[in-house]
Design a protein around this ligand. Structure first.
Ligand code: ADP
Ligand code: MG
Length: 276
């Protein structure tokens, strides 16, 4: 008999909640449906500035859709995504009458430019050198002077270990090198956060490490990142939180130790057995 039970504070246990600081990325009750297909179900996620979240889960569980909602490539059916406190798709300030105004497609494109995204397939422009690929958006989207953009692009290629490949075309680069150029290209837009959707799944096994090393260095440099990957070694080493999705729901989340070493559900245990 515990008479004090009713007065005990009800604190939802949320091991993934950042200990301090506001969340840079906050998903609140996000749903996404494609017609009858309910792909995301009530997803809540907080990623603090400088934090790395690794998203795992079986194929079709909604990982890519969740990333695409963060980046406004998909609009949530319900709920909201906030980046640095601002709801994606809406103006930063309310109108004088208190209503919040939806952004135009052009304004959304500008908001989206704050977020860098790298996909499984390194979609470089084939007719441009590595350097030209990295310079393209700073020059044509940000309006940077070419000389400045080239200097910055060379520094970025150096950072991903490809200074000596600047004049090479994608077809002359390995998959791992192409993916590193794709990362440099995303960084050239000076994003506030980076999303990676299975950045190494299309690579030959021997090329995976060089890309993961770049991600690890980015994380150590303080970049806020959400990474979909099945590389559990990387998750263990680099993730602040690991998030397990199944059937459109976030089933478990916590530290790598909690999620990878102490899975609670049969679903997660089964999933881990398939990838470890
Ligand atoms: P994951 O990345 O975890 O493999 P996805 O987010 O790609 O999962 O897909 C989740 C589910 O949503 C899948 O059943 C997929 O077929 C479906 N889906 C994704 N995008 C669309 C779309 N644009 N239209 C219809 N169904 C989609
Ligand atoms: Mg996917």
């Amino acid at each position: 008999d515990a008479p004090d039970d009713q007065s005990a504070p009800v604190v939802p246990s949320d091991p993934a909640a950042p200990a301090e600081g506001p969340a840079l990325i906050a998903l609140e009750g996000v749903h996404k449906a494609f017609g009858d297909l309910h792909v995301l179900k009530d997803c809540d996620l907080r990623v603090a500035e400088g934090e790395v979240a690794v998203l795992i889960g079986p194929s079709g569980s909604g990982k890519s859709t969740l990333l695409r909602c963060i980046n406004q490539l998909e609009e949530p059916t319900a709920g909201r995504v906030r980046i640095a406190g601002v709801t994606q798709g809406y103006a930063e300030e309310p109108l004088p009458d208190g209503r919040w105004q939806k952004l135009s497609p052009q304004q959304i494109a500008r908001q989206r430019a704050r977020i860098g995204m790298v996909f499984q397939r390194f979609d470089l422009f084939p007719h441009m050198t590595a350097l030209q690929n990295v310079m393209e958006a700073p020059v044509h989207v940000l309006g940077r002077p070419k000389a400045q953009a080239e200097k910055d692009a060379l520094a970025l290629l150096e950072r991903v270990g490809l200074a000596d490949r600047a004049e090479h075309y994608p077809s002359e680069l390995s998959g791992g090198q192409q993916q590193r150029v794709a990362i440099a290209r995303a960084l050239a837009m000076e994003p506030e956060l980076m999303l990676f959707d299975e950045p190494t799944s299309a690579l030959d096994p021997e090329l995976v490490a060089e890309v993961l090393t770049v991600l690890k260095e980015l994380a150590e440099g303080g970049m806020t990142m959400v990474v979909v990957t099945h590389e559990m070694g990387f998750a263990r080493e680099v993730a602040d939180q690991v998030v397990f999705m199944a059937d459109g729901q976030i089933l478990e989340q916590g530290t790598p130790e909690q999620v990878i070493d102490h899975p609670q559900s049969d679903r997660l245990q089964g999933f881990l057995a398939s990838v470890l």
